[in-house]
Design a protein around this ligand. Structure first.
Ligand code: PMP
Length: 360
């Protein structure tokens, strides 16, 4: 594991060294099978063990109740932007809380399938704010309420999810799943693309309350229909076999290090280090409002865009990559997902201090 760089990418992003080593060890010959997991039939006994073990471990680690089904689907989180309305917009209407770019995309996609009520839109504050309950204009007859738990681009995160008075709450947790304790029973559906805290690209994980799996819009592609997915145990066609196997390794790593409780403790410590430094100085400007700050994506700017670019370039030369902010907002973004060790954040803060001294 020499010459590893601290990779601050927003996704695909870092994997823990232990996970990579495990994958490496089993790459050519999985447990004496004479083949790689990549070469296994998804219907084989050996692969089904991996598949079921991954599901069981995820269920334990997230404490997912029996009333919930776990799906492994295709099409990333973006596929779910369409799957959610096609399967769940039963009365032709849904509420969307727009706290960032992906929340907006989800709402736009849903509007093809029915009436979308924008219960809140943060564009006027540059998506730096997560709304309070009193700021939401929820409708009484929505089929569901959709939120994006963590806004990857703007660096904001829900601390307390909205109260929906019995209306199913659907959450895109692509960039904060497995990072902190949540109560799965508070949600009707949780979905996430795997390429941040769940491993590698090519897999969408959907956690859904069983009573919501039912009829879908007749035009729904089979591959996005929840009842079809349930009936076939996520194997209507060939699933993303290797991505599911990697997810299994990631959740086992999490379980062995002490589960969500321990990783949350580490994530709080990492984010605190960075935010405490940001609050102690005036060279860098944090983007998100204090109460809305994300523990996973820390966004800030230097005094001007040219200096932002210089910052990212110099950081790369110093062993810290992908700190350039998203093209929509510019600035700097440090994504510090579960696999980022605290040493990476310490190194970043030291670098920030030096850079501010040289350029301030
Ligand atoms: N939602 C969020 C919060 C994201 O961060 C992303 C990807 N960065 C997406 C949705 C889109 O995910 P995918 O690329 O898996 O479709």
């Amino acid at each position: 594991m020499e010459n590893r760089i601290y990779n601050f990418a927003a996704g695909p992003s870092m994997l823990a060294d232990e996970v990579l080593k495990g994958l490496h060890e089993e790459l050519l010959n999985y447990k004496g099978s004479g083949m790689s997991v990549m070469e296994m039939s998804h219907r084989s006994k050996g692969y089904l063990e991996i598949f079921n073990d991954t599901k069981d471990t995820l269920r334990r680690v997230m404490n997912i109740p029996e009333e919930y089904e776990i799906f492994f689907m295709h099409g990333g989180a973006t596929g779910q932007f369409a799957a959610i309305p096609m399967n769940l917009m039963k009365n032709g209407k849904a509420d969307y809380v727009v706290t960032g770019n992906f929340a907006k995309k989800a709402a736009e996609e849903a509007s093809k399938y029915g009436e979308v009520n924008i219960a809140y839109d943060g564009k006027d504050n540059g998506y730096a704010h997560i709304p309070e309950q009193s700021e939401l204009k929820l409708s009484e007859d929505a089929s569901y309420v959709h939120v994006c738990a963590n806004n990857t681009i703007f660096g904001t995160e829900w601390k307390k999810f909205p109260e929906t008075n019995g209306i199913p709450l659907v959450a895109d947790m692509s960039s904060d799943i497995l990072s902190r304790k949540i109560n799965v029973s508070d949600f009707a559906v949780i979905y996430a693309g795997a390429q941040k805290n769940m491993g590698i690209a090519g897999l969408a994980v959907v956690i859904i309350r069983k009573d919501l799996i039912g009829e879908h819009d007749p035009k729904t592609p089979q591959i996005l229909a929840y009842d079809v997915t349930a009936k076939n145990d996520s194997m209507l066609n060939t699933p993303s076999t290797y991505s599911i196997y990697v997810l299994g390794k990631v959740v086992k790593w999490l379980e062995d290090l002490g589960g969500i409780e321990e990783i949350e403790r580490r994530n709080i410590a990492k984010a605190k280090l960075l935010y405490d430094y940001l609050d102690s100085q005036s060279f860098y400007k944090p983007h998100a409002e204090k109460e809305s700050r994300s523990m996973m994506n820390v966004t800030f700017t230097t005094p001007d865009p040219e200096m932002d670019a210089l910052f990212a370039k110099k950081a790369t030369e110093n062993g810290m990559s992908n700190l350039k902010g998203h093209r929509l907002v510019g600035g700097i973004r440090a994504s510090i997902y579960n696999a980022m060790p605290i040493e990476g954040v310490e190194k970043l803060v030291e670098f920030m201090k030096e850079f501010a001294k040289e350029n301030g």
